[in-house]
Every structure is written in C-alpha cells, then in structure tokens.
Design a protein around this ligand. Structure first.
Ligand code: ADP
Ligand code: ADP
Length: 232
C-alpha cells in the first residue's frame, strides 16, 4: 500500500551570491506500508533534504509529494521524526518530553500520560520517567527521542542519522533492540525511513535500500533485501 509517492522531485537553493544550485533532481520514489527503508548516500547527496520533503518540513522546487495518494500540503500528518541529537527539552522530564507530541495532536492529559508511559516502557526507559535529559546517557536520551516520536503512533517514522552521535557499542545495541521490537510488532508505526551514511546500519535494519548519488542528488539504486530478517 502506497504511503508516500515522490514524483519528479527537484530541489534548488539560491546561494548568497545569487547563483541557483540544484541539489537533487528526477527523484521518483514510493514508500509503502510495512517496510523499513534505508536512505543511503554520501554526505551532501540530499538525504536529509529528501527526508524533510517527505515530512513536509521542506517544500520541493518542482514535483509532487503524494501522501496516501493525495497531494500533500504543509506538514505530513502521518510522519514523526527522530533527530540525530534527540532534540529534547532540557527543562522537561522524560515523561514530559515524550508527552509533547501527544499534546501537539490534542490528546488530553490522562490519555497522554498513559500513552507516554506505555511507550517509555516499551523503549526501555522504565524507571526514568521523572529524570531530566542531562541525567541520562546519550543512548538513553536517544531512546527518549524514539519514545516521543512513537507515542503518537505515526504511520511513518523518519530517522535522520539516529545512531551517529552514539558510541559504536551503544549504537549497535540500540539498533538491534529496535529491530527486535519491530519484528515483535511492538513499534507502533507502519513504516520506517532511516537516513544514514552507514552501510552496515542499512544492511542490518532495512528491508529496502535506496542509494542517492551527488551533484545533483539522484537515485542511483533502489533495491529490496530479498530475504526476510532472520533471528536466532
Ligand atoms: P545529506 O543529508 O545527504 O548530507 P543534505 O540534504 O543535508 O545532504 O544537503 C544536500 C545539499 O544541499 C548540501 O550541499 C547542502 O549544503 C545543501 N543544502 C541543504 N539545505 C540547504 C539550505 N537550506 N540552503 C542551501 N543549501 C542547502
Ligand atoms: P545534517 O546534519 O542532517 O546533514 P546539515 O548540517 O547539512 O544537516 O544541515 C543543517 C541545517 O542547515 C539544515 O536545516 C539544512 O537545511 C541547512 N543547510 C545545510 N546546508 C546549507 C547551506 N549550504 N546553506 C544554508 N543552509 C544549509
């Protein structure tokens, strides 16, 4: 089932000297429900920009974005984002940070708290509800970022280099934990889009890998991982 369709997307920016540069062109892609897609490519190939176009944070210069077959205007109502640096509010507790997205979509205080606590539990933050971000390790803070994005049960979870600020071991653990939760169907989202320049990460997590090339960014490859994830 089609979740997002990008038709002939092009993005250009005007530089301070007035010159216009096209950073991506001829992007035709479809994201379907049920898949984990890795968006891979060198730095500057437009991965972040493409993810922001899909979430509606950036408007393409040309082309069309369809969300569930309908032209998308403004922010994508089904998408939630996990940022590289988790982007938590330092003056709010873990629980309050996780409740933010729910608040934004108009959930009342009681259901908000219930849903946030449930996600906190699933994501392995049980017991840290009342901690502040500065009291947590980088890996734990990133878990809060995941919980906040997932608490709203988005249709599409977008992650922009979500593990790249973590040390290698923490990143690896979190990746596998996330994959396990996904395979156990405990992650309340239809699809995941993960922006990364880490090939290993793409290979471990993705059902499908899309590779962008640079200057200007175009789709160089788009291929399925042909066998399902295995588990011990
Ligand atoms: P990636 O995520 O693959 O590293 P980005 O999407 O961040 O690539 O950037 C792609 C290119 O577009 C880069 O050359 C970057 O400098 C440029 N770019 C991104 N955002 C802007 C912007 N707001 N204004 C001008 N140039 C931009
Ligand atoms: P990322 O870490 O995801 O690759 P960047 O560091 O490329 O992000 O970009 C951070 C922010 O700066 C983004 O909002 C992006 O759109 C903007 N940006 C990136 N490159 C440029 C540029 N050349 N001119 C203006 N803004 C830019």
């Amino acid at each position: 089932e089609s979740l997002i369709k990008l038709i002939n997307i092009e993005k250009s920016y005007r530089q301070p000297n007035g010159q216009v540069i096209t950073i991506m062109e001829q992007i035709n892609l479809e994201l379907r429900t049920g898949e984990i897609v890795a968006l891979l490519g060198p730095s500057g190939s437009g991965k972040s920009t493409l993810m922001r176009i899909i979430t509606g944070l950036v408007t393409p210069t040309q082309g069309q974005v369809l969300y569930r077959q309908e032209p998308m205007r403004g922010l994508n109502p089904g998408a939630a984002i996990v940022f590289q640096n988790s982007a938590l509010y330092p003056w709010l507790t873990v629980l309050e940070n996780v409740e933010l997205g729910l608040k934004a979509i108009g959930e009342g205080p009681r259901s908000r708290k219930r849903k946030a606590l449930r996600m906190i539990d699933i994501i392995g933050l049980d017991g840290f509800e009342n901690a502040y971000p500065k009291e947590l390790s980088g890996g734990m803070r990133q878990r809060v970022g995941f919980a906040r994005a997932l608490a709203v049960e988005p249709e599409l979870l977008c992650m922009d280099e979500p593990f790249s600020a973590l040390d290698v071991l923490t990143a690896e653990n979190l990746r596998f934990e996330l994959l396990d939760l996904w395979l156990e169907k405990k992650i309340p989202t239809q699809s995941i889009l993960i922006v990364t320049h880490n090939i290993e990460e793409a290979v471990i997590l993705a059902d499908r890998i899309i590779v962008l090339g640079s200057n200007p960014g175009r789709v160089r490859a788009d291929f399925p991982m042909t066998l399902p994830h295995y588990r011990d």
